[in-house]
Design a protein around this ligand. Sequence first.
Ligand SMILES: *Cc1c(COP(=O)(O)O)cnc(C)c1O
Length: 438
Amino acid sequence: MSASLLQRSLAAVWHPCTQMKHHETLPPVPIVGGEGAWLVTEDGQRLLDGISSWWVNLFGHCNPRINAALREQLDRLEHAMLAGFTHPPVVELSERLGALTDGALGHAFYASDGASATEIALKMSVHAWRNQGLPQKNRFLCLEGGYHGETVGALAVTDVALFRDAYAPLVRQADTVPSPDARRAVAGESAADVARRAAGALAARLEAEGEYVAAFILEPLVQGAAGMAMHDPEYLRLARALCDRYRVHLICDEIAVGCGRTGTFFAHEQAGIRPDLLCLSKGISGGYLPLSVVLCREEIFRAFYDDDTRRGFLHSHSYTGNPLACRAALATLDIFAEDDVLAANRGRAALLGRLLAETFSAHAAVRHPRQRGMIAAFEVADAPPDFSRRFFAAAREAGALLRPIGNTVYFMPPYVMGEAELRALFAAAAHALARVLG
Ligand SMILES: *Cc1c(COP(=O)(O)O)cnc(C)c1O
């Protein structure tokens, strides 16, 4: 029975990103099945997954093709350690990811979650400079409002007070530079103008302390956890040039914006640049299994290549390159290739934009409606303090999973949503907004 599963869950399971006491009024939703863009609750309600289950599920729940690939892999090899061993899925995945960067980032290091990918990229950057005789390069720069995960190392470059303040004594905080968030435009300024202004501040910071900076980390095009803050690709071009000039690694955290989310396979492609280090996770396994990967340039890889173990990259993780997770990622990349998903998503994104405009742009409480590829978002003016939870509850009643960040309502649907489903998702959102504001 639903009540008993719920009671057992509340007693034994500590949920992430949650004040557990809030579950007294808004209990977690027991999910027992999934099919395409839908989740099925224990009492038989079908919920449209409007945020791809925290941005991970790209091709629907229980996708038949990914399921088949995993079954096949399961009967061959479930896991083998990657220190001293290798196996077909990890080799194939590394080659294919490198090829997706046109060979620019041809070396892949694996972990299981996004925060670990961030930490690996930070460690790799500092250690590469140290191996090159520049040990003073050990500081990081990040963007205001940037989010790169919540382990103690990743919190150093995560500028979200709520997640960081309680743990501040544990964290070696990086310096933040102004966000190129296009919402910051003053009268007459374009998004590209905001980008140039923010890049000016980055230039000043690098001029002052560039010799001590190892890396600059950012989420290209869309700062997700900051509330889907979007910026012009011009910022990435200018940041790339500045990083080259001051010998600073550019780390693109594409954990949320990679895998086609912004319209191109990698978000940084829209600026015509390549980072030095690239972090992927979330959608890379289709939302099936925990997997993350850091791709790096040849020069960085070379900086570690030596007879001395201490000059090697020192990061050990038991499940590195897990064959099942790599197979899920390969099946995900197969779907991109076989179905020409990026092309199909252009039509889907156009509909997303139309629905955003039709349903919300003229709404009196809606501010900054915006879109980049398969992400649409807006702010709600004068939202009540518990807006996010109330909106979530009202959307659930209307048959949709939507979970605003503060007063930012956003849509990040899986790439299998059809027109009728997208329309139903926006209808549920409109119902929820009316319910919460009314
Ligand atoms: C989710 C996210 C992370 C952290 O990934 P986890 O797997 O949750 O640790 C890091 N960076 C960005 C941009 C993210 O969206």
